[in-house]
Design a protein. Structure first.
Lengths: 119, 262
């Protein structure tokens, strides 16, 4: 196997990981800071709210909705990284490795659908 | 109201700093503390820890990829197996007795402590980080599947399994093995964390301050690493791991842990 480093793939993946972690960490920090400035908001320890409710609560500046958006973006960052890997390897002409990333993405999404269907 | 957030921020800071200092993910400290002292169900402690694993992995992996240290092709192949293992682990974990999960975690903590005492297994470092023959693919895929399984059940990144695997058994230089392990850790943790999240086992109010603390701790740890004596850090962490291991194994066998949260 070649250990050569395809430049475009490395640049894309680094950018996705860097921005994904910065933005999600920034949102989580903002949510925590909002709790500090709004001490009257009751602590919400428990499962995450449904995504529709989260988007609705974001309009009111609910700190927990802001934190949840950060957590959701963090969970999506590795999936975005898989898409970036797949697209960049495809453009580099390395179709086999591009399909490996697609396969990982399909496995993860299929397991999520299976898990939701079984609940 | 802000007291619990401060505690979680500090806990994340502690776990992130130690993780960066000795090259372990924060999960190994977070899961026992969340489960034993904050009284969270073990599945929630694991789900929250996996989110923190993604946070540390993504931040560190971005740097390693930028430095061209990561072997992306090897990482992509191994994450095919580790993701499948992680999903299997996340699907079976609701059916495992909590005492068994705690017992497994206690045993893993003990393994990590022993690994740290023995210090870096049999490091095989080669001069080049780009020119090396990778061998033993079937073994690598099999162990990656198992590492994904362990990661999903225990809420850890699995570096102590994957780095020796790549370095000793697959012929990958140590620095590349560490960077590649980090690279596939994020996808592996996400594969199971998404399932924990969809089951309601990720408490956002716990995960967010912890992740912020872990992020800050990772920066602090890498800054301190150049200024502190590695031997003492290692000794302190071995003692912490042995202590947490005794507590987790004690809980698994039905003993009461002093100060345990309810």
């Amino acid at each position: 196997m070649s250990n050569a480093r395809p430049e475009r793939a490395y640049d894309w993946v680094a950018a996705v990981l860097r921005w994904g972690s910065y933005v999600s960490a920034g949102l989580m920090l903002l949510g925590v800071a909002l709790v500090f400035f709004q001490p009257d908001v009751p602590i919400q320890v428990g499962s995450a709210m449904p995504l529709g409710a989260m988007l609705e609560q974001l309009r009111y500046g609910n700190p927990y909705a802001v934190m949840q958006l950060g957590v959701v973006l963090l969970l999506l960052t590795p999936l975005a990284r898989l898409m970036a890997t797949s697209a960049s390897f495809w453009l580099e002409g390395d179709r086999r490795y591009s399909l490996v990333s697609v396969a990982v993405l399909v496995i993860i999404l299929a397991s999520l659908l299976f898990s939701r269907a079984s609940h | 109201m802000i007291g619990p957030f401060l505690i979680l921020l500090l806990l994340g800071l502690f776990a992130g700093t130690f993780g960066a200092l000795v090259g372990l993910g924060g999960g190994i400290i977070l899961v026992p503390v969340l489960s034993l002292w904050l009284g969270l169900p073990i599945t929630v402690a694991v789900g929250v820890s996996l989110v923190c694993v993604i946070a540390t992995s993504s931040g560190a992996a971005a740097i390693y990829v930028q430095q061209r240290l990561t072997d992306m092709r090897l990482g992509m192949l191994l994450e095919l197996a580790s993701s499948a293992g992680a999903i299997t682990g996340a699907l079976i974990v609701p059916f495992l007795p909590p005492a068994l999960v705690k017992g497994l975690f206690g045993a893993f903590l003990l393994y990590s402590a022993v690994l740290m005492v023995r210090n870096r297994v049999a490091e095989q470092e080669s001069a080049s980080t780009t020119d090396y023959p990778v061998r033993n693919y079937p073994l690598g895929l099999g162990v990656s599947y198992a590492a994904g399984n362990v990661s999903a059940i225990l809420g850890i990144g699995g570096g102590p399994i994957k780095v020796p695997l790549m370095n000793v058994f697959m012929g990958v230089p140590l620095r590349v093995a560490a960077a590649t392990s980090n690279f596939l850790m994020g996808v592996t943790a996400a594969a199971s964390a998404i399932l924990y999240y969809s089951r309601g086992d990720v408490y956002v109010a716990v995960a967010a301050p912890l992740c912020v603390g872990v992020f800050a701790g990772a920066f602090l740890g890498s800054w301190l690493a150049k200024r502190l004596h590695g031997r003492w850090i290692r000794l302190i962490l071995v003692l912490v791991l042995l202590y947490l291991s005794a507590l987790m194994l004690g809980e698994a066998f039905g003993f009461h842990v002093p100060g345990r949260g309810r």
